[in-house]
Design a protein around this ligand. Structure first.
Ligand code: ZN
Length: 244
């Protein structure tokens, strides 16, 4: 069932909510609108049951992207939500405007500005190398200056993320030796959360929640994992701000 990863009261007088769906809520991929709508309702109801007083904004407020492993960031403004435009990060200052990224191994991250704004990023290995997280943080700063915090959602762990030497070396060169790890069968692997943590450290972003559940270890039971079985199904991280 969907869970709240973080609830944070901001200096601006807002509350930021960051939540994660699970297999039990249903498929959140953007290919099948009806299935996604049902999954959103399911996730919303289970959160509201668990957290009396919480009102998850309705589906018409849920922006979504066609994720392309790049660094394009889109802002949700008063005009309309984002409906499937190409991009890998969203930012908004609007209240009750839900930002979403769909994942099945990649790292879903939300960045929260104490000034009263929220961002969300889809960070797979390509996006991390290209700088999607740094760009999202810069964009959030430009949108609303203020201290930033991060919430890192479940993603594939180094236990299961076997990785080629050549790409691994690119990561070590850019982010240091902590990017490299070993799988449970002792082959080379990439430690995505170590990379995300390194970037947050460099940008002065405090991580207020990190969910280290491995999507591949939990494949099919709690999360979906593309690496595990090439699934087209997705969980999603969703986040919004509202007035206190
Ligand atoms: Zn694992």
């Amino acid at each position: 069932m969907a869970q709240i990863l973080a609830k944070r009261e901001l200096i601006s007088g807002h509350i930021a909510w960051v939540a994660m769906s699970e297999v039990a809520d249903g498929d959140m991929s953007i290919g099948n609108y009806q299935a996604r709508e049902k999954s959103i309702q399911q996730a919303s109801h289970s959160l509201e049951r668990l957290h009396p007083g919480l009102e998850v904004p309705p589906i018409n407020n849920w922006s979504y992207l066609t994720q392309v492993h790049g660094v394009q960031i889109l802002e949700v403004t008063g005009d309309d939500i984002v409906r499937g435009d190409d991009g890998d990060a969203l930012v908004t200052t609007l209240e009750k405007s839900v930002l979403t990224v769909q994942v099945a191994d990649c790292v879903p991250i939300s960045l929260i500005s104490e000034g009263g704004a929220i961002a969300i990023a889809h960070a797979g290995w390509r996006g991390l190398l290209k700088g999607v997280l740094e760009e999202t943080s810069n964009n959030l700063s430009a949108t609303k200056p203020g201290k930033q915090t991060a919430v890192i959602g479940p993603h594939i762990g180094p236990c299961c993320y076997e990785f080629g030497r050549e790409e691994l070396d690119q990561f070590i060169q850019k982010f240091g030796i902590s990017a490299e790890a070993s799988t449970k069968i002792n082959s080379n692997s990439l430690n995505l959360s170590a990379v995300a943590e390194r970037i947050c450290e460099q940008k002065g972003i405090e991580i207020i929640r990190k969910d280290s559940s491995c999507t591949s270890c939990l494949a099919g039971t709690k999360y979906w994992s593309f690496r595990f079985n090439s699934t087209e199904l997705r969980q999603c991280l969703f986040a919004w701000i509202e007035k206190k």
